[in-house]
Write a protein that binds this ligand. Structure first.
Ligand code: PLP
Ligand code: COI
Length: 365
């Protein structure tokens, strides 16, 4: 059996959950990625059995053989999405079906088994249900969900592993950037690239993030918050940030975002914003945009706003881009009206404060 659709989750509640008072203290200032809930979900896969042994259990270290394939050849993928608690107590997730599909697409690119969407969705619902008291309340807060999967087979040969562990953990989250929403200063790396045509740029695999860290360190050395990557062929066109897609807003109201050519992650926030911007009357073009053009358009005033977007960071304005060729300041370097308007609209839908005409919000039963 490889489908796994009929799997039931065995519940093994955490015998030592974090006491309520301690949990409240943690939730008052969660930060990002620092604190975790009481449980995790695990599902195993073996070539001979398909998906089996689905559990909700206490979050705990995972025993791993030193020859586990992931430690050597990096067969690992992940997702990131958020659960919110509405003012009426309802719990929702934003477009988890899109994450399920992207998780399968990442798995295919990394020669890993594809977890059925139904099982992916059910695993997150089980986790959120058992840990719902960990969902922080308040603006800019959510329960960040991190499903991931890796090759657990004990084998050093280079081939797709025959055993995998799928796991989902949850982390109460505040703003992704310490200091809240303020314009980013970016570093345009000239010699490091993130993803080449035919590579793994469109997959959400851990290796892409490992490869971005040296350039991120370079960004910090130059006093910048994040790297903005250029295309790997011509080193001219904007790809994306290490964990966010990019949009540009022009003086005629039109908006440009780099196309899905296989070297950027097909962001779910990106997709939602293209729809929302068009509904607000903006012309949105998915086309290449060169760093040199950015410099020219910022100088002429044609470029009015630029922003980065993703699940963790939501929408964050871009104020400045530095590169060895000099500095570009976007408009006056502050948050623009279009950026703010799109952010407000998206966040209102995500939090259940606005109608959801696209059926993006999934309510926990
Ligand atoms: N690009 C990269 C490299 C990312 O890691 C992310 C975050 O998931 C995004 C873009 C934005 O994707 P999404 O909006 O689906 O979170
Ligand atoms: C997300 O936005 O969910 C991401 O995965 C970006 C980053 C935290 C890796």
């Amino acid at each position: 059996m490889t489908g796994g659709d009929r799997l039931d989750f065995e519940l093994h509640p955490n015998a030592n959950p974090v006491p309520a008072a301690e949990r409240s203290a943690l939730l008052s200032s969660p930060g990002f990625g620092r604190i975790f809930t009481d449980h995790m979900v695990t599902i195993r896969w073996a070539e001979s059995k398909g998906w089996y042994d689905a559990r909700v259990e206490a979050r705990a270290p995972i025993p791993l053989d030193p020859a586990a394939a992931v430690l050597h050849y990096a067969q690992e993928i992940f997702e990131g999405l958020k659960a919110y608690q509405g003012s009426d107590g309802s719990v929702t997730m934003f477009r988890p079906d899109a994450n399920a599909r992207r998780f399968r697409e990442s798995a295919r690119r990394m020669a890993m088994p594809e977890l059925p969407d139904e099982l992916f969705l059910r695993s997150l619902e089980e986790l959120v249900r058992v840990d719902r008291e960990w969902i922080p309340q308040g603006a800019e807060t959510s329960l960040y969900l991190r499903p991931f999967m890796f090759a657990s087979e004990v084998f050093l040969g280079v081939r797709p592993a025959m055993e995998y562990l799928y796991c989902a953990i949850a982390s109460p989250a505040g703003a992704y950037f310490a200091g809240g929403v303020k314009p980013l200063t970016l570093w345009a790396s000239e010699h490091y690239t993130r993803a080449a045509p035919g590579g793994t740029g469109a997959a959400k695999c851990g290796g892409n993030y490992a490869a971005s860290l040296a350039s991120q360190a370079e960004a910090i050395e130059h006093g910048c918050d994040q790297v903005i990557f250029l295309d790997a062929v011509e080193r001219k066109y904007i790809d994306e940030l290490g964990g966010m897609n990019v949009f540009f807003v022009f003086d005629d109201g039109s908006i440009v975002t780099p196309p899905l050519t296989g070297s950027i992650l097909p962001g779910i926030t990106r997709d939602a914003l293209i729809t929302l911007a068009r509904e607000k009357g903006h012309e949105v073009r998915e086309e290449q945009y060169a760093l040199a053009q950015w410099r020219e358009d910022a100088a002429s005033g044609r470029l009015r706003e630029a922003f980065a977007c993703g699940t963790a960071a939501v929408i964050t304005p871009i104020g400045v881009v530095r590169s060895p060729a000099g500095e570009i300041v976007v408009a006056d370097g502050s948050t623009g009206a279009v950026t703010q308007g799109l952010r407000d609209t998206l966040v209102a839908i995500q939090r259940g404060d606005a109608p959801d005409p696209h059926g993006w919000v999934r309510r926990l039963a």
